[in-house]
Design a protein around this ligand. Structure first.
Ligand code: GDP
Length: 337
């Protein structure tokens, strides 16, 4: 396939080209990985940036309802919105539950919105890697906002936070007056906590829950990258579209402050660097796991370790010796003065 042509079509905002491009970056085939790298380099030259918003919440909390309402509000403001999902469980549970278009029917029919379900891979790390590439493609395609949805399970929030400019945590009103079983870690990565379903009978409980979280957030150590008043908790109703304009106003206030302070650029640079390191790490692992001499040797050394003939450390050192590149070949490489 012609990568330059595909790249140009992505940049011109052709939806089918974007879909094809995302399929390409999601592929694990070695030749596709090379093409994906070329494509990402090419479209990256367009220098476009979207606002990347991570969003997490347990099933049933109202993520799809929120994304639909919030997304439609944004497109109503003339913005183009992409929705991507990072789903750690898509394979095991036999079917993706995130980023499913039927969950966001009206938004999926909006010409200024694009919804893409989670790539289907067994490893969460792989899903996250490919989703980062999809985010970059959506940026190149000229979307103003990229919403990255995930469920409240294990590592997925951290991974989504690492590819986002800011992170929203969606909660439901608690029954009692104690905090829900939210791990401290996720509270620490949230920039805005949204207590959803603040409507009808649930409204008083939502207000209480919000007050509880406001109190809990005050106890967290102040982060350098936050202006006064952040992270914050607020109530919304995705169903009744209430509070969503305030969410958008708060997001913009936070982001413009971070831009002014230089934290936006700093965070993007750090994320890009760790993204690169992660790609290399995964690539090296894939190289060892690909059928071939290296993998044969690894299996062989594994047997020796299992039989007690070799220590794990000793066998690993032997294998790594085989992967090592002589320093001379690096000297001649590009980028050296
Ligand atoms: P998800 O699994 O997190 O995507 O949750 P959904 O968006 O599918 O919502 C789960 C249920 O909660 C559905 O029955 C929604 O209608 C309901 N729901 C979502 N948002 C609200 C809200 O703001 N208020 C009320 N009362 N119900 C809501």
């Amino acid at each position: 396939m012609d990568i330059i042509e595909l790249g140009d079509d992505v940049i011109s905002g052709t939806r089918r080209a974007l879909a094809r491009a995302i399929t390409l970056v999601e592929s694990q085939r070695a030749d596709h990985r090379v093409q994906a790298g070329q494509l990402l380099d090419y479209v990256g030259q367009a220098g476009r940036q979207a606002l990347r918003i991570g969003l997490s919440g347990t099933p049933g909390v109202g993520k799809s309802t929120f994304i639909e309402s919030f997304g439609l509000m944004l497109t109503g403001l003339g913005l183009r919105v992409a929705v991507l999902a990072v789903d750690p469980s898509s394979r095991r549970s036999g079917g993706s539950i995130l980023g499913d278009k039927t969950r966001m029917d009206r938004l999926s029919r909006d010409p200024n919105a694009y919804i893409r379900p989670s790539p289907s891979q067994t490893k969460l790390g792989g899903v996250a890697q490919r989703s980062r590439d999809a985010v970059a493609l959506c940026e190149a395609a000229g979307f103003d906002v990229v919403l990255i949805e995930t469920v409240g399970v294990g590592q997925s929030e951290t991974m989504v936070a690492e590819m986002s400019d800011l992170f929203l945590l969606l909660l439901a009103p608690a029954g009692g007056d104690e905090l829900q079983g939210i791990k401290r870690g996720i509270m620490e990565i949230a920039d805005i906590i949204l207590v959803n379903k603040a409507d009808g009978d649930l409204k008083p409980a939502a207000m209480r829950t919000c007050a509880d979280y406001t109190g809990a957030l005050r106890l967290l150590r102040k982060r350098k990258r936050d202006p006064d008043g952040f992270p914050r908790a607020m109530t919304v109703s995705a169903l009744e579209d209430s509070g969503l304009d305030q969410v958008w106003a708060d997001i913009q206030a936070l982001i413009s402050w971070r831009r002014d302070q230089g934290y936006w650029d700093m965070q993007r640079a750090e994320q890009a660097r760790s993204w690169f390191v992660e790609e290399v790490r995964q690539g090296l692992l894939a190289q060892i796991e690909t059928p071939g001499l290296l993998r044969d040797r690894m299996l062989q050394l594994g047997d020796e370790v299992a039989r007690g003939q070799s220590s794990a450390a000793g066998a690993a050192a032997k294998l790594l010796e085989l992967v090592k590149t002589p320093d001379e070949s690096l000297d001649a490489g590009p980028g050296t003065a």
